[in-house]
Structure formats: C-alpha cells, structure tokens
Design a protein around this ligand. Structure first.
Ligand code: ZN
Length: 447
C-alpha cells in the first residue's frame, strides 16, 4: 500500500489553516502561526497488538526504540513501516535507545509523600534516554525530517537538554550542530554535553529569547534546520511519551497526566497524541493534563489563571486572545521581570508552544499551577529515595501532584501519570540539598 500524500503540514489556526507539503522546512505558516503534522489515514487499532509484540524486538532497533516502535502513528516519512531496509534508510535512531527505557513505574516513597495510594500513581522517567532527557524522543523525529529534506546542519537555541540531545544526534548522523546561547549568562558546565558531542557554540548578546530569535533568523538566511520545539516534527516524537504510558496501562486512560511546564512542547505533544487517539477511538476517556510551572517562570499559570488583567486566557476554539499574551510580554519587559528558578529546564518566560499548549489544555479540561524551588527540590529528592534519578524540573511534577491532591483537585482515587523529564545534570543540587539538615529529606554527612 502506498502512503504517498498521507502526511502534510497544516497551520493550527482554524481561521488560517494554510497547508504545506511534508518536505517543507517552515516551522510556521507565512502568517506566523505554528504548524501541525497531519495524517489523512486513520491507523488500524490492530496496531496496539503490533506495538505490544515489538517489545520483543528480535534484534530490530526500530522495534527496540521507544519512539519508532510506534512508527505507524508518526509515519511522516510515508514509508512501508514493516520494511526494515526502508526504516534503516529513513528513520534516525541512536541504535534503538531513544525511549527504550522509559515506561511508568510505581514509586512507593513518592506515593507516601504525595499522600495517595501507591497503586494510583505512575511516574515515567524520561531521564533514561541516551542524552539524559525527554528531548531524545522528539529529536529522533526532528533529525529524521532534517535528513529527509537533506539538511547538513541542525540548529538550536538551548542552555542544556536540547543542545545535549541535538549534539548527540548530530554526531551520530555525521552532520553539524550549532547551539545558540545568550553570551555570558550560561554556566559552562550546562553546555558540557554539547561540547562533548562537537557542537559549535554561538554566543548571542541578550537573553535566551534573543538567542532563539537569532538562531531562527540564521536558519532562514543560511542552510540550517531548526530543532527547537517550535519544529512540529519534535512534537511528533514526543507523542510517544504518552503512547508508552498508555500502552503500559493497556490503553486505559488515566485521570491525569502531569508535566512540568517550560516551552510547552510536552504539553502540546501530549495534547496532540490524546486528540488523535480519541478521534481514532483508541481511548474512550480523555485524561486531564496538569501543567506545573515554577513560581519564578509562571507565564502560563499567570495567563491561564487570570492573574494578568483578570482574564483567563484560553484556546477559545482557535480564537485565543493573543493580544493578552503580547501585553503580558510587554509587561515583563517594562518591569524588567526575567524568569528565575534554579530548575533551569523550565526557566522560560516566553513559551514557544503556548498556543498549542492552550489547545491541549482546552481539549483535556486541563489545569495549571505553580510550585516553589524548595518544593521542587523535595520532589526531586523523594524520587531519588526510590532509586530513580531526576532533575530539579522533574521535581515539579511530584510536588505539583501533591499540591493538587491537597487542594482536592486530584481525587484520592484518581489514576495519575507523572512525567519525570530528565536526569540530574547539576551535581551540586543534591549535594547542597542533603548538606542542609533543614530540608525535608536531607541526609547530611556524618563524622
Ligand atoms: Zn496560519
């Protein structure tokens, strides 16, 4: 069966709806709206069985991969997915390692901490990806598309996880990687993986938003390919995070899926995954998405919860009040307010995917809340006590769940899947945490 012309790109704004061929490298429509990867065909529900059987990979790296195991649901290459030679020719993989080890686990000490029965709480560590974060899920697909369009260089703005993932994939594929950073603002240690993988660091005067803007402009003017989450192909790969969780729950949707909120690529991809699965009839219930912002980088929470100008920002069936977002950003600039949290993975003031995020929240009747840095450190630490490693931003998931249970928003018998987005990359955070006996889970050194 030929899959030709099944996949294409479409503007997310229903009033605009411009469409582009799948080989387009635009990350936005010509009016500046975000794009979705769309598929015309409805995948057969029999694939659930196929995906399950592929968990016995039989030496096929595309079955071993937690991303490409679901390749029929992200088949923008329009290949014969059972043909291993075609898979090898088109699909980019770190030898099957992306997403391979991530699945939901029960963690009894976390359950006790958030005060819910162990059987209702699932946590999925994405830090066990090869470069140490969930980004490898979306980078596998973005770099696949980069290869499909013949790009020789991938480009990102990043101060951490994205650059690590992009650098690793680029090195594996033998292509170049440019990483844009705000000059003088990034601790060099955060870029250590990007250096290790031979990425070219490019320093830009200004803040992170300026670095991203510059990187997008340079891609337009030169021969490069953007792999930040503004790229709709990143979102495709990240859909496999909820796919894996749902598969392990026998496709019985939980009541909640909880993510830390940064650029909102994860929120967007989870929303898109759920919209597609529900439309195909693969799930009968729509889980609610909860997004946990840091108190110091709370753009989505401020806007969604009506804390700015008293209006609760919504997707509003495709007519969001984007003027409100612009005025909020102007307000941040005018007051000199910069995102500030030690959880640098979510230290983002202008979430690139805010509109897709709002769409996801509307579809899932989602909610947004905030947690403090000290709470996130407790969350990170209690995950550690279960023998799992996670970064500070992932702690937001844990304490966000705790807060929502305390507020009665998450019920005691709700089934929850929380995503732990990355592995610990800041060695001093746990050391400092445990050396301060005032911290809840601290175990200070003895002599
Ligand atoms: Zn448009």
């Amino acid at each position: 069966m030929t899959m030709q012309d099944d996949a294409y790109l479409k503007c997310i704004n229903p009033q605009c709806g411009l469409e582009y061929p799948i080989k387009s490298i635009n990350v936005q429509c010509e009016k500046g709206h975000l794009l979705d990867v769309k598929y015309k065909n409805t995948p057969s529900e029999n694939l659930k069985e196929v995906f399950y059987e592929r968990r016995n990979s039989q030496g096929n790296i595309f079955n071993e991969s937690g991303v490409w195991r679901f390749r029929e649901l992200l088949n923008f290459c329009q290949i014969d997915t059972e043909n291993i030679e075609e898979c090898s020719k088109y699909l980019v993989s770190l030898d099957g390692a992306e997403g391979r080890q991530s699945k939901p686990y029960q963690m009894s000490k976390v359950a006790k901490f958030v005060e819910i029965s162990n059987e209702y709480l699932w946590l999925q560590p994405e830090g066990y990806n090869p470069s140490g974060s969930f980004k490898d899920n979306g980078m596998a697909t973005a770099v696949t598309h980069a290869k499909m369009v013949g790009a020789k260089k991938i480009v990102c703005a990043s101060t951490g996880n994205t650059s690590a993932s992009a650098g690793m994939f680029a090195a594996n594929e033998g292509i170049n990687c440019d990483v844009y950073i705000p000059a003088g603002q990034i601790a060099p240690g955060k870029l250590s993986q990007a250096y290790q993988f031979g990425a070219q660091i490019i320093e830009v005067d200004g803040n992170f938003d300026d670095a991203l803007k510059q990187s997008l402009e340079d891609v337009q003017n030169h021969d490069g390919y953007t792999v930040n989450s503004i790229n709709p192909f990143r979102i495709e790969g990240q859909k496999t995070i909820p796919f894996r969780a749902l598969e392990y729950l026998n496709w019985e949707a939980p009541d909640w899926i909880v993510y830390p909120g940064g650029a909102l690529g994860n929120t967007s991809s989870c929303g898109k995954a759920l919209m597609e699965l529900y439309e195909w009839g693969w799930i009968k219930k729509i889980p609610r998405i909860a997004v946990i912002n840091s108190e110091g980088a709370s753009t989505l929470s401020d806007l969604y919860n009506g804390k700015f100008e008293g209006e609760e920002l919504r997707w509003n069936k495709g007519k969001p009040n984007t003027e409100l977002i612009s005025r909020y950003y102007d307000h941040l600039d005018k007051e000199g307010i910069r995102p500030k949290t030690k959880a640098t993975a979510i230290q983002i003031g202008r979430p690139t995917n805010i509109l897709k995020g709002l769409r996801a929240l509307e579809f899932t009747n989602g909610i947004v809340t905030t947690v403090s840095d000290s709470e996130m450190l407790d969350g990170m630490s209690v995950v550690g006590l279960n023998g799992f490693d996670c970064e500070m931003a992932s702690g937001a998931t844990v304490v966000g769940i705790k807060k929502l249970i305390n507020e009665g928003i998450i019920k005691k018998d709700d089934v929850i899947v929380g995503i732990l987005t990355g592995r610990q990359k800041d060695a001093m955070l746990p050391v400092d945490y445990h050396n301060n006996p005032k911290n809840k889970f601290a175990k200070p050194p003895k002599n």
